[in-house]
Structures are given as structure tokens and as C-alpha cells.
Design a protein around this ligand. Structure first.
Ligand code: SAM
Length: 329
């Protein structure tokens, strides 16, 4: 009944990109010259897809992009998602990953509509560095205001995702330690993966989990705490028990064996892995008049092709057929 791949992994986590437009041009993600590359579907089409996925056992839906807060109709979409029930009869877990630029205005309406959680991406905790990374001036204070608005709206704990690049923002590690404690957010460091438009990735540029733990000790030592089996982040508390840090380490400690995810791009293609080189055109099938049953069958077959694991850093690594901004992180 549940979506399960040929390796026995149960798929219950859907990430759906609702636009590949973005108002930031983060240097490690986008080239700065290239804009959106793929069409968007009507919101009603994403909702229909989600309904079919939920009928197959999906319990978590994360909206992403591009920048999902740019998408008109987002609040109504979340309200519709809020009406859906999992196979177990519970409300869906609805999350958004955002750069936070428009969050100050949208946090409360999204919470009212039924959003469960928000993750804000932030790669520096000082104004000047933030502008250099995002290539948008004066945005740091806006994002900070967005995080605080999300907290006031009850979307707690707010998670803050940070990608570290050697020689670029790795001097922010300890500052993020202070930020997590001062702002009451869970800061999660993500190892940089080869998914950028500019192809600058190299193993040397990645700040690994071990290095982050070691360097955070200059601020305060971390102690690992328990996590759920399918959780991608390793979780840590500061030695004095105040504040939480997560580290998502797909490069140095891959977790593909526990992967429970499936993705849909803004133009309706299923991707069974970030690093897929093949997509499954669910949007095209739907546009051709397929029934929900036919779509469900198509999803099951796509899941049968889910990759065993990624091959980051291995000889012969084949880059994904899309970069991160066009997949949905
Ligand atoms: N615009 C939204 C945002 O900023 O969160 C959603 C899309 S963005 C592509 C999602 C996440 O992917 C961000 O946290 C971003 O830092 C992360 N990301 C982008 N490129 C990455 C890469 N090559 N490796 C690891 N994470 C990456």
C-alpha cells in the first residue's frame, strides 16, 4: 500500500517546487546571469498531485523553489494542503523552505493557513557578508525580521539552514553558534553538494561535519543527541544544554540508505534523487487527462527507479540533470 522502493525504503516525504524563480542570486547556487528555466504549473495542479501522493502514504509536504514565497496563491495553497489528511487520518505536516526575504509579511498568514514549520536559509549572520553571498543589498535585517515574525506566528522551532564554503563563510561557524542561542532557532549546517550552476564544487571547499563540530568547540563544545532514523540532520546540543545545532552531511556521512524523499519540480517532473539524471513527467501525464489511479501507478513506477545512492566525489560522478535552484532544495 505505502510507497516503497526496491531497496525497502518507505517514501513518505514529498518536496514540491512551486517556482524556479528566485529573488536571491546566492553565489554558490546561481550563476547570477541565468534566470528561471522551467514553466510553473497552476497551483491546482500541484494540489492534485499532492492528493495522489498522499493517497500513497506521503505524510510530509515541503514547498520549495526557487523561492516559494514569490508564488502568488501560496497562502491559499497552504490552506488547501491543511485540509488534507494522511492515510492515518492525521493532518499533513506542511513545511516551507525559504530565503526569508518576504517572510515578515507572510509568516502569520501562512501560520493561519495551516503551515506547520518553516526553514529559513541564511549563510551569514552579518549584513555585509550576507549581501556578498546573496548579491542583494540590505537583505539581512529583512530576513532576521522574517525569522522573528515566524516565531511570533508560532512556527517554532524555526530552523535556519546554512551552507558553508571554505574561505568564504566558514569563519561564521562560531557566530552561528551564538545566533542559534540568542535567537532561539535551530541552526543546521548543510555540506555543500555539487548542484550549483557555476560548477565550483570541489571536495576541498566542503566544510564537513567533523570539521564543524571541531570548530564549534571554540565557541562551546557540542554533544550529539538522539534523532529519528529517517532524519537527515545529526542533532547536537551545546554543552550547557542551551541551543540546538543540526548538521546535514550528505557528502561526508551520506544517508541515502534512510532516504524517504521524492521530489516534484515546478514543471511537474518527478525526481527520485537530487542527483537524478532521469525525470518522470507526471505533469505531462496529468495534462494528457490521466486519472488519479493512472497517476498513482506512474508514481509507483517512478519510485521503482529510485537510485540506491548518490556518487558525490567518486570518479565518474555524473552531474544531476538540473541544478539546485531548478530542482527545489
Ligand atoms: N529559495 C529557498 C531558500 O533559499 O531556502 C528554497 C530553495 S534553496 C535552493 C534551498 C536550500 O538549498 C537553501 O538552503 C540553499 O542554501 C540550499 N542549497 C543550494 N545549493 C546548494 C548546494 N549546492 N549544496 C547544498 N545546499 C544547497
Amino acid at each position: 500500500m505505502f510507497l516503497t522502493d526496491k531497496f525497502g525504503r518507505q517514501i513518505h516525504d514529498l518536496r514540491i517546487s512551486i517556482t524556479d524563480r528566485c529573488n536571491y542570486k546566492c553565489v554558490y547556487c546561481r550563476s547570477g546571469n541565468d534566470g528561471p528555466a522551467f514553466p510553473e504549473m497552476p497551483i491546482a495542479d500541484y494540489l492534485r498531485m499532492v492528493r495522489v501522493f498522499v493517497s500513497l502514504g506521503i505524510t510530509k509536504v515541503r514547498l520549495t523553489g526557487g523561492e516559494p514565497l514569490l508564488r502568488r496563491g501560496l497562502v491559499d495553497m497552504v490552506r488547501e494542503l491543511g485540509q488534507m489528511k494522511t492515510l492515518g487520518g492525521r493532518p499533513l505536516d506542511i513545511a516551507i523552505t525559504t530565503n526569508g526575504h518576504l517572510l515578515a509579511e507572510l509568516a502569520q498568514p501562512l501560520a493561519n493557513a495551516g503551515l506547520s514549520r518553516v526553514t529559513v536559509s541564511m549563510d551569514a549572520v552579518d549584513e555585509e557578508r550576507f549581501a556578498r553571498i546573496t548579491r542583494v543589498p540590505n537583505a539581512y535585517e529583512r530576513v532576521l525580521a522574517g525569522i522573528r515574525a515566524a516565531q511570533r506566528a508560532g512556527l517554532n522551532p524555526v530552523k535556519v539552514n546554512c551552507v558553508l564554503l571554505r574561505g568564504f563563510n566558514d569563519d561564521q561557524i562560531t557566530a552561528f553558534g551564538g545566533f542559534a542561542r540568542d535567537e532561539g532557532v535551530v541552526v543546521r549546517f548543510i555540506e555543500f553538494m555539487p548542484l550549483e550552476e557555476d560548477r565550483v564544487w570541489s571536495p576541498e571547499i566542503v566544510i564537513t561535519l567533523d570539521e564543524i563540530v571541531r570548530r564549534m568547540a571554540e565557541f562551546m563544545p557540542l554533544r550529539e543527541i538522539e534523532r529519528e532514523r529517517s532524519e537527515t540532520a545529526r542533532r547536537y546540543r551545546f554543552d550547557d544544554g542551551v541551543g540546538e545545532i543540526g548538521i546535514i552531511a550528505p557528502v561526508s556521512h551520506p544517508f541515502c540508505g534512510h532516504c524517504s524523499r521524492i521530489r516534484v519540480t515546478s514543471d511537474g517532473k518527478i525526481r527520485t534523487c537530487l542527483f537524478s539524471v532521469r525525470e518522470h513527467d507526471l505533469g505531462g501525464l496529468m495534462a494528457g487527462g490521466a486519472s488519479d489511479e493512472r497517476m498513482a501507478e506512474f508514481i509507483r513506477r517512478a519510485v521503482d527507479h529510485k537510485e540506491a545512492r548518490h556518487h558525490i566525489g567518486e570518479p565518474g560522478f555524473i552531474p544531476a540533470s538540473r541544478t539546485m535552484v531548478h530542482i527545489g532544495g
